[in-house]
Ligand binder design. Structure first.
Ligand code: PEP
Ligand code: MG
Length: 899
């Protein structure tokens, strides 16, 4: 089969839909060729060939012959042979996987040059300097990427040559200098690689192809794939393309040329126009490497009008063809324009929204397609506050944009100071070389976190994202000295403890002083403080408004909010919530009410307990009245008390010390002693697996019925006195078996019937359960017999399915897990489809089998996570519930899932 398999495609044979075989780059080169655009001829070796090589260690036997056939055809087309001594055909060899992948071999240019053919090239081009420069580039790139020679060695030699010549740039080096450099480079290769630089052009090509294959399994490439969940067995394609030269001299010369990159519209705003950079007398890598200064693409019109006009024409063709912003690499050789690459271009979040609506207006795409052009992560990014403008601010340096947002505060260098200062009302930025679990409280206290070491999966980055704190990490040019409490920039600026700094978690930039922060216009819009309809409305706001309307029209999932007070409920409603999916009632027992809960826990007799409950009842009822009012006409799921009771009691150590001190002074108070006893009695090794959820309701008589009564009475009052439309749903947490639910249900129904009779109303209350334990999911069919609805508590479900403590892991071993690529993202952030997700799916099926009209939702954090929302859509849930600020993201993603 292998012998007859087609492993090589000419650019004229492929098209853009063959990304699986030809990779992204190859497929797009073929597409441009098909469109009749000027692409230098070439061919692509497929991913299938790479796969055979990776599996067996050798390239498929048929490959060499097929490459020869295509190479011969290419040579015939170009009228010269690869590396032909008197007039060499030169090619580039470029990797190109289906997904663009950092960490893989990129490009080797000028393959085909040798000691002999460099002379031929010089003669043909009439330019010695150019030929020797091309040769030294080949040895440099080949040495580095194919023979794994340390690239620094070449750089040093080049720098040295420039210094000798007193040259600022490499263009000033003479042919003679470059000849010498070639000798030096060859010596470096010989010494470092243990072999000579190959003089046979076909050997050069074959080795470069093999290096591309090998780079698929490089460490960084593997890690990237694990993190991005790209399968390891896809393999990469290899593109072999005839060389064109932009470095044959500047445009003023009749042979003139250069190279550039261009976008079909502004990747920052989406505006149509001429965007890009051009570099005269240069090869493509010079632009990317930023070695010399480029000029704006618009200047090309003056330099070479014919090429410029042609480029504009091609850009229009590409936009209409791909129906999207494209980015382009091109080269002009002796006044002839060549297209070297195109792809659908990267863009900022704001541009993504604007471009999507622009393309709808142009009639190029429809609403469903527009939804695929944006995503929830981009929307979330647009909702962070940002710095007004950094024009005035002095930039101290930059690092990795690890967790978005704009944070300003006084520099502190240890967690203790961060906590101390923040308690006295100061805003602080915690600056560390790197963070560790001991820094957790300090990170919580800080406005933002800045580290000089570590990447996107470092402790600081992972924890900050989890906390929603702004974080810049790995700012390596900043030297952090925690002992002396100072930070020194490369330029020598010193920041001492207490100095103001500003960090931008979206761009990674670090500034001196306080940079003013403005709220996001997108949030202003969702809050109703900015209107998309106004003529002078922000273009971004207009675009977001339209995209949200597309999503709302398209989506099947409803979106509710996790909210426990009227204020959050009202915000959620402004943001588009269609009800509350989770009201955590424990939040109603904090502050001054904690003491009442304490009394309930300490009650020795039935009457003490009843008194305590009677005290709580009106307070609870008042809370619900407010909540039902804010969500009038929409469902409100109220969850009965869930957390372990010790959370309402003083800390065991603090209390023990207080009591011990009091005892030593002989003035211990009775209440403290009883409290300490209770704390000891309720102390658990694993409180999250202990006395909590429905178990509380079953062992503390009257607790759940008090809550049910408060809900029912609040609903009755809203209905009768305010003529409102309360739609309460009562939810029982942490159920593991239907028996638990049955008992609670029976008690609740009795109370509800009583209230309904007293008030003379029908409340239409429903009773359901959370599915947050594996056993609940596994016995969902039975549980549905007693439940009107299920709400998946995927926080606890993830914790119990994995056996990971949700409160501890992010700070302890998740960094290591992420770095090792065991998972690309925390399963507490994005639903683990294979494990937790499988349980969700089977519970949905079993639940609906028992009760076809069972209402199904999710209220774990995953309800606001983009990827998870798609999963819940596919799993057939009715709604997702998430924190108020995530609601727009969930609406958008629900729309995208259905589009
Ligand atoms: C859950 O477990 O997913 C849930 C929503 O409940 P909580 O986070 O309050 O435990
Ligand atoms: Mg839970």
């Amino acid at each position: 089969k292998e012998a007859t398999h087609k492993f090589v495609y000419d650019f004229t044979e492929g098209n853009k839909d063959l990304k699986d075989q030809l990779g992204g780059k190859g497929a797009n080169l073929a597409e441009m060729t098909k469109l009749g655009l000027p692409v230098p001829p070439g061919f692509t070796i497929t991913t299938a060939a790479c796969k055979v090589y990776l599996e067996s260690g050798v390239a498929p036997t048929a490959l060499s012959d097929q490459v020869s056939t295509h190479l011969e055809a290419l040579e015939a087309k170009m009228g010269k042979r690869l590396g032909q001594p008197d007039d060499p055909l030169l090619v580039s060899v470029r990797s190109g996987a289906k997904f663009s992948m950092p960490g893989m071999m990129d490009t080797v240019l000028n393959i085909g040059l040798s000691d002999e053919s460099v002379q031929g090239l010089a003669a043909q081009a009439g330019d010695e300097r150019f030929a020797w420069d091309s040769y030294r580039r080949l040895i440099q790139m080949f040495g580095k990427t194919v023979l794994a020679v340390d690239g620094e060695l070449f750089e040093q030699a080049l720098e040295e040559a420039k210094r000798r010549r007193g040259a600022a740039t490499d263009v000033e080096l003479s042919a003679e200098d470059l000849k010498q450099l070639v000798e030096q480079f060859k010596a470096i290769v010989g010494k470092q690689a243990g072999r000579e630089f190959p003089q046979d052009p076909r050997e050069q090509m074959d080795l470069a192809v093999q290096a591309v294959f090998d780079s698929w399994n490089g460490d960084r490439a593997r890690l990237y794939r694990r993190q991005e969940r790209i399968p390891h067995d896809l393999g990469t394609a290899v593109n072999i393309c005839s060389m064109v030269f932009g470095n044959l001299g500047p445009a003023a010369d009749s042979r003139g040329g250069g190279t550039g990159v261009a976008f079909t519209r502004d990747p920052a705003t989406g505006q149509q126009g001429v965007y890009g950079d051009y570099l005269q007398n240069a090869q493509g890598e010079d632009v990317v490497a930023g070695i010399r200064n480029t000029v704006p693409l618009a200047d090309l019109e003056q330099l070479d009008k014919t090429s410029y006009d042609q480029l504009m024409q091609i850009m229009e063709t590409l936009e209409t063809h791909y129906k999207d912003l494209c980015d382009i690499e091109f080269t002009i050789e002796r006044g002839k324009l060549w297209m070297l690459q195109t792809r659908v271009g990267k863009r900022t979040a704001a541009a993504a929204f604007r471009i999507a609506t622009q393309l709808v207006d142009q009639g190029l795409i429809d609403e469903a397609e527009a939804l695929q052009r944006v995503n929830g992560a981009q929307l979330a990014q647009l909702m962070f506050p940002r710095f007004t403008s950094d024009a005035q601010a002095q930039q101290l340096g930059w690092g990795i944009a690890a967790s978005p947002g704009a944070a300003v505060g006084k520099a502190v260098f240890d967690s203790y100071t961060a906590i101390k200062w923040s308690r006295s009302g100061e805003k602080v930025i915690l600056i560390r070389r790197e963070t560790n679990p001991d820094d957790l409280d300090g990170m919580l206290a800080a406005e933002g976190i800045l580290t000089s070491r570590g990447g996107k999966t470092s402790h600081a980055a992972v924890v900050a994202r989890g906390m929603g704190k702004t974080c810049v990490c790995g700012a390596e040019e900043l030297e952090v000295d925690t002992k002396r409490r100072r930070l020194t920039t490369q330029g020598g600026t010193v920041i001492e403890e207490g100095d103001l700094v500003s960090i931008d978690g979206s761009s990674g930039k670090v500034y001196l002083g306080e940079v003013p922060v403005v709220p996001s216009p997108v949030v202003e819009y969702f809050e109703g403080r900015m209107h998309a309809g106004a003529d002078d409305a922000d273009e971004l706001v207009k675009a977001v408004h339209r995209i949200m309307a597309y999503a709302d029209r398209m989506r099947r999932l409803r979106v509710r909010a996790n909210a426990d007070n009227a204020e959050d409920a009202a915000r959620a409603r402004r943001f588009g919530a269609q009800g509350i999916g989770l009201c955590r009632t424990e939040h109603m027992f904090l502050g001054e009410r904690r003491e009442m809960v304490e009394r309930l826990i300490l009650a020795d007799t039935e009457s003490q307990r009843d008194t305590a409950l009677a005290g709580l009842l009106p307070l609870q009822k008042g809370d619900f009245v407010e909540l039902f009012e804010a969500m009038d006409g929409l469902p409100v799921t109220v969850r009965l008390l869930d957390p372990p009771l010790h959370e309402f009691l003083p800390d065991i150590t603090e209390l023990s010390v207080r009591v011990a001190l009091a005892e030593s002074r002989k003035d211990a108070n009775e209440n403290d002693l009883r409290l300490l006893q209770a704390v000891h009695r309720l102390h658990e090794q694993n409180p999250m697996l202990g006395l909590r959820g429905v178990r509380l309701g079953l062992v503390i008589p009257g607790l759940f019925t008090m809550q049910v009564r408060a809900i029912a009475e609040a609903a009755a009052e809203r209905k009768i006195t305010a003529k409102g439309d309360p739609r309460a749903e009562i939810m029982i947490p942490l159920v593991g078996t239907v028996q638990e639910l049955e008992i609670v249900r029976e008690e609740a129904e009795t109370v509800i019937a009583e209230v309904e009779e007293t008030y003379g109303v029908d409340l239409g209350l429903t009773l359901g359960t959370m599915i947050e334990l594996p056993r609940a999911a596994l016995t969902a069919g039975q549980i549905a017999e007693s439940a009107d609805f299920f709400s998946f508590g995927t926080n606890d479900l993830t914790q119990t399915v994995w056996g990971f403590s949700r409160d501890d892991v992010e700070a302890s071993f998740f960094t290591a897990y992420l770095e090792k690529g065991i998972f690309g993202v925390s399963p507490f952030e994005t639903i683990d489809k294979d494990g937790v997700g499988a349980l969700v799916r089977s519970a949905v099926e079993a639940g609906r089998a028992t009760r076809p009209d069972l209402k199904l939702g999710v209220c774990g954090e995953h309800g606001g996570d983009p990827e998870s929302v798609h999963f819940f859509h596919e799993a057939g849930l009715d709604y997702v519930s998430c924190s108020p600020f995530r609601i727009p993201v969930a609406r958008l993603e629900a729309g995208r899932a259905a589009a």
